[in-house]
Design a protein around this ligand. Structure first.
Ligand code: MSP
Length: 588
């Protein structure tokens, strides 16, 4: 990479004047491009035209994937798919975090060269993304060449702004968490199995070791006021808002300059500091920049800086990595006058018997096995329906199976089955009947159950959309399933199988047709809205209902938006029960 040197004294806000492009050498056109980029970012104009951009954390490759990782992935995927459903171009990035002491040690332990170790383990996460139906636009790896170039360039810009200095660093380092902890956050612990006493982080309980070394520091304290100002102006930047307090507290009371490199003799597996090959860039700085790499940083075309998605609309993260994303990351971005992500969704953890899943405790659930056992849609459904944002959720096969039986098999599957399968009526005729009358509201006015269902269906799309904007996918999913449950109630109350016995009674015919229509309309709208949550089962359901491919958008999830469905794209004689949610084995 060719680096043009400018005096840092020339001012911190001039990075955009540099005609520099990593790997590609000097590029004059970038001067204009970056000035334009800077100007655009200086405005408060919301990024309306850009693609929606959502990210997952990138996963450490030192251990195999578990359901906690799958949860981050599925949350991000549901957010992306929801945007696509509403017609917006959306991007999703997931991937692996491959550098750092933790991975270096894990590779050494297996006596495998680090790159090979990373290749093998990154493949496991990529496989999980496929099996979990994650619609990602890139599986990024921090060993990717364009990422390395982006990190080097980022470093260079920080240095040119005078925000990096070299000094001695002494402190408690936790390899497992890949960070230093202040003295006040260290405590003595005893290993319950070996009885061994060790020093650990009060936050994570992971072992720390005393380190003294020379390294580079990022002048994070210089950003303190800007950070606090940003939090004050954006109180709902972190979801849930309750986590904002701990972030503000950290910045107010614990902010210190960040050590951002390690001597090569301690950490060789990483990106070298540009211009100083005795030091390796700190893994968290390296990792966080992946979000920019995906968005094309720093090769942004003038006027199209946001085409790659930056600033991200949502970073999905677990609550354990809040500080990195809500303090270090905005500080680094503010340092370069880059726009900050619009929101951070920090979810709670999956536990096993109320203890956090961890490799060392051996209580992790393998998501690949779980997907094979329950099916990918049922797993995704369970994770979103039962997964926590504020509170941790205990992973439990009985709960999973209970939800499957009650909501999917007995709820959605049963509703589909009882309406579609009966030989006593034709749903197509019921839809045609309602279409012909053209007065749904008036016709159901006198019937509380039916008019309630119409009202619920009319507000379902907008309300689910509001929840997704929070973002709160679990609340959106609960709403969708409630409306489905109400339709089952409607069918039980109206008893179409009895109404169908009186074809010469106009009132009964009317009631029959409206009951069937509302059940079908519920299934159609619910089916459309479930696509982001259960992509393959929702598609199957819409096939069963005969909803054409081009009428499966959010705009079609409205009462009366489609009257052309009702003839299943289904093999004759095959029941919805068999196809949609078959019985599963309850082994425990
Ligand atoms: N490599 C860092 C992230 C860098 S992002 C720039 C990392 N990796 S991780 O593999 O340890 O964790 C990845 C994600 O999985 C985190 O969001 C973490 O919160 C999540 N989970 C890990 N265990 C979890 C549970 N038991 N439950 C839910 N999610 C948890 O941190």
């Amino acid at each position: 990479m060719e680096l043009l040197r400018v005096s840092a004294a020339r001012g911190a806000s001039r990075w955009q004047r540099l005609a520099v492009r990593p790997s590609n050498g000097t590029c004059r056109r970038c001067i204009r491009s970056q000035v334009a980029a800077r100007r655009q970012f200086a405005t408060t104009r919301p990024a309306l035209e850009k693609p929606y951009y959502v990210t997952t954390p990138i996963f450490y490759v030192n251990a195999a994937p578990h359901v906690g990782h799958m949860y981050s992935m599925v949350l991000a995927d549901v957010l992306k798919r929801w945007q696509t459903l509403t017609g917006r171009t959306a991007l999703l990035c997931t991937g692996t975090d491959e550098h750092g002491i933790k991975v270096q040690r894990a590779a050494a332990l297996e006596e495998v060269p680090p790159k090979q170790f990373c290749d093998d383990n990154a493949a496991k996460f990529e496989h999980l993304a496929e099996k979990a139906l994650i619609d990602h636009d890139r599986f990024i790896r921090t060993t990717d060449e364009d990422h390395i170039a982006a990190v080097e360039y980022f470093w260079f810009l920080l240095r040119e702004k005078g925000l990096i200095y070299e000094s001695k660093h002494a402190g408690w380092y936790c390899v497992s968490d890949e960070c230093f902890y202040p003295e006040a956050m260290i405590e003595k612990k005893q290993d319950p199995f070996t009885g061994q006493v060790f020093l650990a982080s009060t936050e994570t309980g992971n072992k720390v070791e005393w380190i003294e070394e020379r390294n580079y520091h990022f002048r994070m304290t210089a950003l303190k006021d800007k950070l606090l100002d940003f939090y004050a102006k954006n109180p709902d930047w972190i979801v849930p808002v309750s986590r904002m307090n701990e972030v503000v507290d950290w910045v107010q009371n614990h902010l210190v300059d960040l050590s951002i490199s390690r001597p090569v003799d301690r950490l060789s597996w990483g990106i070298r500091v540009p211009g100083d090959h005795t030091q390796t860039i700190y893994v968290w700085v390296d990792a966080l920049i992946n979000y920019l790499t995906m968005a094309g940083f720093p090769n942004w075309t003038p006027g199209k800086e946001q085409d790659g998605g930056w600033p991200a609309d949502v970073h999905v993260i677990g609550k354990d990595i809040l500080r990195f994303h809500c303090v270090y990351w905005p500080a680094l971005l503010l340092a370069l006058d880059l726009p900050l992500p619009q929101r951070v969704l920090s979810h709670a953890h999956w536990t096993m018997d109320r203890r956090k899943m961890s490799k060392s405790l051996g209580n992790v659930v393998n998501p690949l096995f779980a997907i094979d056992r329950w099916g990918v849609d049922a797993m995704r459904f369970y994770m979103i329906y039962n997964g926590g944002i504020v509170e941790d959720s205990d992973y439990n096969n009985d709960t999973l199976l209970g939800g499957y039986k009650k909501l999917l098999q007995g709820g959605l599957g049963n509703l589909t089955n009882r309406i579609i399968r009966s030989k006593k009526w034709s749903v197509k005729e019921a839809i045609t009947f309602v279409r012909g009358r053209g007065s749904l509201q008036d016709d159901v006015k006198g019937d509380k159950i039916m008019s309630n269902q119409v009202a619920l269906l009319q507000s379902l799309g907008p309300k689910a959309n509001e929840e997704m904007a929070v973002p709160n996918p679990s609340a959106a999913l609960h709403r969708i399933m409630e409306v489905m449950t109400k339709a089952n109630f409607l069918v039980s109350e109206k008893k179409p199988w009895e109404l169908a016995n009186e074809p010469s009674n106009p009132d009964k015919v009317m009631a029959l047709n409206y009951s069937l229509y509302l059940a079908m309309e519920t299934l159609r709208i619910v089916g459309i809205l479930l696509q982001p949550f259960m992509p393959s089962k929702a598609a199957e359901l819409l096939d069963i209902l005969g909803v054409s491919e081009d009428k499966r958008t959010f705009q079609h999830a409205q009462v009366g938006a489609d009257f052309d469905f009702g003839a299943p794209f289904l093999e004759e004689g095959k029941s919805a029960w068999e196809t949609l949610f078959p019985p599963v084995l309850a082994l425990n």
